[in-house]
Design a protein around this ligand. Structure first.
Ligand code: SAM
Length: 340
């Protein structure tokens, strides 16, 4: 899925001379083999990604590149930074604040991105760090900005990035980080799911845990369950860990692309699954999850999920399980359950 070059990377191929003058730390919205292009043109870049699926894909290419997956980059000096503008501006601010302390004053800082994806904010994002920001190129509806780090940057206090909201019914405080789904409030689909579910037991898997709200709520209501929470976003995984810790709860939190890295059987798989209008891959991820879930459940175990009413998930669940029950519905969402 990362094989084709994005328009942003196509524009960057015209600037490889400039970009490959030094080994860059590359982070942000990585969606293709830009690291390979940079490595072919000059010193090998170092890649820091918060996306587990991209991390696995790039590692699988076996190019010998240094690839890091996590919510923070390794604390090693870097000669320059290329930020590929992520979708959320708050995530761009977070990545700059966490990566720029690794650069020395005078080091080059590049920001590239789709013109519709917020890259025009680059001068504003860099204002606190760089005295002058230049637009270096613009093509294929993408732009590249260049600046020089003007002063040393102090590593940020990780706690300063945490956002919180409370769930009064369960007395929970949910912690979130930039770019995490529904970072500042409970999603209305998740709300319907939590209003519908009460008792679960045994081994419970919260797939695509985001800030950890589903798993933390179920654990608070059912202290005897053994909870596992997974996501592909390192920021989501860290937010879920913080949510558990803040509420005195314990669970296992780890990266998994769908069910690929989990080991069944579970008594319950629960999810507000990945969904993004217009991006086919998101439907694909969830459809695969629904088809595979039965194999990861113990006999009698249940799959529980919330989904937009218009999605064809009941048919897919029906094909895999032989039935699909609708436990609740409102104008927008449905809660589905199937048992093995
Ligand atoms: C709709 S959000 C739900 C988040 C959280 N459970 C909630 O209800 O607020 C879906 C989550 O799935 C994660 N995700 C996307 N693709 C995934 C994949 N292939 N495997 C696991 N998680 C994925 C996203 O990072 C996001 O956190």
């Amino acid at each position: 899925m990362f094989e084709a070059l994005t328009p942003v990377s196509e524009m960057l191929t015209r600037n490889l001379d400039t970009l490959s003058r030094q080994p860059l730390l590359v982070c942000g919205l990585l969606e293709d083999d830009l690291p390979g292009l940079l490595a072919d043109a000059g010193p090998a870049p170092r890649i820091f990604t918060t996306d587990f699926r991209y991390f696995q894909w790039l590692q699988g290419k076996n190019r010998g590149l240094a690839v890091e997956f996590g919510h923070l980059p390794a604390q090693e000096p870097a000669a320059g930074l290329l930020l590929l503008m992520p979708k959320a501006k708050a995530e761009a601010e977070y990545l700059l604040a966490t990566c720029l302390p690794l650069l020395a004053p005078g080091a080059p800082v590049f920001i590239a991105g789709d013109n519709k994806g917020g890259v025009k904010a680059a001068p504003r994002l860099l204002a606190a760090y760089c005295d002058q920001v230049n637009k270096l190129d613009s093509a294929r509806r993408a732009s590249l900005y260049q600046a020089e780090l003007s002063r040393p940057v102090t590593p940020p206090d990780p706690a300063a990035w945490v956002r919180r909201y409370s769930l009064a019914r369960d007395g929970l405080s949910i912690c979130s980080l930039p770019g995490v789904f529904s970072a500042e409030h409970l999603d209305s689909g998740t709300r319907l799911l939590l209003d519908t579910l009460d008792q679960v037991e045994g081994r419970v898997l919260d797939v695509g845990c985001g800030a950890g709200v589903i798993g933390a709520t179920l654990l608070k209501r059912n202290p005897a369950i053994r909870l596992e929470q997974t996501d592909i976003s390192a920021l989501a995984l860290q937010a879920s860990r913080l949510t558990l810790a803040e509420n005195g709860l314990a669970g296992e939190v780890y990266a998994s692309d769908g069910l690929a890295q989990v080991r069944g059987p579970f008594d319950c798989i629960v999810t507000n699954p990945p969904f993004h209008a217009g991006l086919k891959t998101f439907y694909h991820t969830t459809e695969t999850l629904l088809r595979q879930a039965r194999d990861y459940l113990a006999p009698g175990g249940q799959l529980l999920l919330v989904a937009n009413a218009f999605l064809p998930y009941p048919e897919i669940i029906g094909q895999a399980f032989g039935h699909c029950d609708t436990l609740a519905a409102n104008g927008k969402f449905r809660i589905y359950r199937a048992r093995r």
